[in-house]
Design a protein around this ligand. Sequence first.
Ligand SMILES: Nc1ncnc2c1ncn2[C@@H]1O[C@H](COP(=O)(O)OP(=O)(O)O)[C@@H](O)[C@H]1O
Ligand SMILES: O=C(CO)[C@@H](O)[C@@H](O)COP(=O)(O)O
Length: 549
Amino acid sequence: MSANSDSYVIGVDFGTLSGRAVVVRVSDGAELGTAVHEYTHRVIEDRLPGTDVRLAPDWALQSPHDWLDVLRTAVPEAVAAAGIDPARVIGLGTDFTACTVLPARADGTPLCEETPERPHAWPKLWKHHAAQAHADRINALAAERGETWLPRYGGKISSEWQFAKALQVLEEDPEVYARTDRWIEAADWIVWQLTGVETRNVCTAGYKGIFQDGGYPSAGFLTALNPGFAGFTAKLGQELSPLGGLAGRLTAQAAGWTGLPEGIAIAVGNVDAHVTSAAADAVRPGQMVAIMGTSTCHVMPSDQLAEVPGMCGVVRDGIVPGLWGYEAGQSGVGDIFAWFVDNGVPASYTRAAEERGLSVHAYLTELAAAQRVGEHGLVALDWHNGNRSVLVDHNLSGVIVGQTLSTRPEDVYRALIEATAFGARMIVETFEKAGVPVEEFVAAGGLLKNRFLMQIYADVLRRPLSVIGSDQGPALGSAIHAAVAAGAYADIQQAAAAMGTRRDDAYLPDEARADAYDRLYAEYRTLHDYFGDGRMLHTLRAIRNEANG
Ligand SMILES: Nc1ncnc2c1ncn2[C@@H]1O[C@H](COP(=O)(O)OP(=O)(O)O)[C@@H](O)[C@H]1O
Ligand SMILES: O=C(CO)[C@@H](O)[C@@H](O)COP(=O)(O)O
């Protein structure tokens, strides 16, 4: 690859609160410069920008202007930080949160530009959860009709996805729905802005758009949901583009925004979680990448097709062309630790952490790390933000068992970390039981910084953990896809091998601790089965909702 030794690609990761650009050397994946742009409107949850229009609970919107600002600011800043000649940039790739989806005109104009006072005209962020009732109807009807696509999503689709959100638009604002020529993932919309051509990537279409075996849900199914929904799929993409493919070339206008040469390769859009596999060079069957942060996404290529209970989805070519791509998830991980730090720690602990110059997380971790496995006498269920896999039930809640008058904050903190590790083991075991082997567990994301937590995962999973070598996995992954789209490598696997970074066996399980954890995990499973049917936790939620009026 010496011909590439002085050429560069750019990866742009569009997150929930900000967008990040990274400049990467094509020959070896070295990250030379990076810049972040915080979105001006962040997550729009209360009021539509520039209006008095208030939003209902569970709404979460974004502004397309914020995304374009990332191209205008973070990209040139990253190039400047890298100190490279922009003329040497041969391609740019992007990844986005998903399912972040918007209604647009036939030319790509977002509807919120025409009618900014209409909530449904705005892009719905992935965590817009106000379409739950619509998802419930889709699931019930699909189960009743025995739709073959339903098992590909572990038996349930999510309220976050394209069909649920679009049905909400149709039923709550039919006029906006009628004006929607294109219902498009932000992942594809941003590529449209860069290239001037509309493409649709297989990843979001498959995981979020129910595209399976060459088609979307049938018109008969959609009519049964709502006759007005019959023609919905005409607003989606019909021809899908492969990951790592060339979506088009940078237009003169987008060259002006970014300061990059007109005509460079722009990669087909992708999802932040899935693109991280390339960054970790974990694109072979059985390499499960866990992107561990606020929540955890698990993605894994496989040559086996199986119906794994409670997975988020399995999509042909969904991570790399030629393989099935699986996704599963834990809806609360770092968020649970944050909840405990914010709500469960006395002032004396906060002061002690401050005096030591540590974050409360780091302080609790240090105290918890001094314990032997099981010493706290606790076991917890990691369902404070519901359960995505394997139960797919957002109405479950957290449980902590075994507390006494001598239970201390570090005990609970440790039990919560262990609970998330047990949740991860449950996912791995569910895949294996369904006939999809997990050969390697590769950790990525913000929680890598907690080494004690990572060791717990190795001990609980009873397997060595590999870790990604970059702290900006998605942006690096997007840069790798850009290198493929630009023709520098034949495929994603080759590019990932040269440019991705993974440390094998970074954490090894300790036999004695793993044995001790087996006993606790058995108790976790018992609790999981007992509370997992929802009888008690749903009742508690209903009582809470009634009490809150
Ligand atoms: N030392 C720590 N140990 C465990 N969790 C931590 C620690 N520091 C921060 N966190 C948690 O990490 C999460 C942020 O992870 P990060 O990967 O940076 O974010 P995101 O998932 O939003 O990309 C927060 O939920 C926070 O509670
Ligand atoms: O749901 C998916 C992928 O399927 C993510 O895009 C979504 O959870 C957003 O993740 P982040 O909060 O950006 O880590």
